[in-house]
Write a protein of this length. Sequence first.
Length: 82
Amino acid sequence: MSVVTEEKEIKFEEALAKLEAVVSRLESGELPLDESLRLFEEGVHLTKLCTHRLEEAERRIAILKKNERGEFFDVPFEGGDG
């Protein structure tokens, strides 16, 4: 399975759970160097995938507002720290 195919099929929650498992294994400190490096690379990939999924979700969020006539309309979500 290619990375592109995998990214389209894996859900955010699944990727996050895998990332948490990777972090837990790395934090144990009991892995050989090669395995630690492989897991680190997997963790970086999963982090990017989770970030991408969150960015996609943010773009799709719309805030429902009412205008002066009481009609609802969509306002694009503007993320950030504010």
